[in-house]
Design a protein around this ligand. Structure first.
Ligand SMILES: Cc1ncc(COP(=O)(O)O)c(C=O)c1O
Length: 310
């Protein structure tokens, strides 16, 4: 039977509830709490194809699978898929797909069955991977709108959890930004401080110092954010300050960038129509971006154990 998915995906194999199945056979019923209430959690993980090594390199897999476990615990699922349970099927799914391009890998753990919003099971897992080149904005930079949609509050939804339902917040901010002619959004939290983008964390450089909103700013505790702080320190001798950031500080920044698995290191050239610095990609951002890609794509040795080969 023909699926609803784009043609590009038709040849792919999905790990689905204990089996490896064709893309179009990985289906959940419309009555499942996963569909009715967004009762699911997920991870986004990058696999980079190294031409020179002829290998697929997965970036920071253990850290993503640890967060997947944490997300399930917080959402009170009655069965927890541990990192060790997920790693094997994820790698086998990757091998079966025989990718030779960069990919985005997505394990999703969700509540199936026919329960209501409070149901804790039955819980199952699926893992997809789709071909995805690096983001074009990493080269061009992006123009950002400070959203009038507030970032979720941790008192309303667990912001550290990669819960599917949380992404309706991201969706509103992204759609507003696009509708108003910007590339993407930056959200403030309920206290009026800068939080994060719809799927990525935020850094700015002021007086040569990297600054990023603290982990108590209602952000997702991002794997890439931790990566960036380590690289700025190790490779550029720059120590990041984690603190609250006011909106008006954004307009004083010399450089700014987003970071995240999907957004990689994306320079921010304009905020609310005002140039960040001179409106060009700044030198710290450019060097960080290039260092990040060199490591993730295997152009330089992985001295930190961040890469899992398929
Ligand atoms: C809301 C949100 N913030 C930040 C990030 C960045 O997190 P990570 O670096 O772990 O991918 C993501 C996911 O990519 C996200 O969805």
């Amino acid at each position: 039977m023909a699926g609803k998915g784009p043609k590009d995906y038709d040849d792919l194999i999905v790990y689905f509830e204990g089996d490896y199945v064709p893309w179009n056979d990985a289906k959940v019923h419309v009555f499942a709490p996963a569909v009715k209430y967004g009762a699911g959690i997920f991870e986004g993980i990058r696999g980079y194809w190294s031409e020179t090594q002829g290998k697929m390199l997965i970036f920071r897999l253990p850290e993503h699978l640890a967060r997947l476990e944490y997300s399930q615990k917080v959402m009170r699922f009655d069965r927890i898929f541990r990192a060790d349970d997920v790693a094997g099927p994820l790698l086998e799914m990757m091998r079966r797909n025989k990718f030779d391009q960069h990919v985005h890998i997505r394990p999703t753990v969700y509540v199936d069955g026919d329960g209501e919003a409070g149901s804790e099971g039955p819980v199952d897992v699926s893992i997809t991977a789709v071909r995805r080149p690096k983001k074009a904005f990493t080269e061009t930079g992006c123009k950002v709108q400070v959203s009038s949609w507030q970032r979720l509050a941790d008192m309303a939804m667990p912001t550290r959890v990669k819960a599917n339902a949380n992404y309706n917040n991201s969706r509103m901010a992204s759609l507003q930004a696009k509708n108003d002619g910007y590339d993407t959004a930056l959200m403030l939290n309920a206290n009026g401080h800068v939080s994060e983008g719809p799927g990525m964390c935020f850094f700015m450089i002021r007086n040569g110092v990297p600054i990023t909103p603290s982990i108590t700013s209602n952000i997702l505790e991002s794997v890439t954010r931790a990566t960036v702080m380590e690289l700025l320190n190790d490779e550029m001798s720059l120590q990041t300050v984690e603190r609250e950031v006011d909106r008006s500080e954004l307009y004083a920044a010399e450089e700014a960038f987003f970071c995240g698995t999907a957004w990689e290191i994306t320079p921010v050239t304009h905020i609310d129509g005002l140039a960040v610095g001179n409106g060009e990609i700044g030198p710290i951002t450019a060097k960080l971006r290039d260092t990040y890609f060199d490591i993730a794509m295997g152009a330089v040795p992985d001295t930190r154990g961040w890469i899992t080969e398929v």
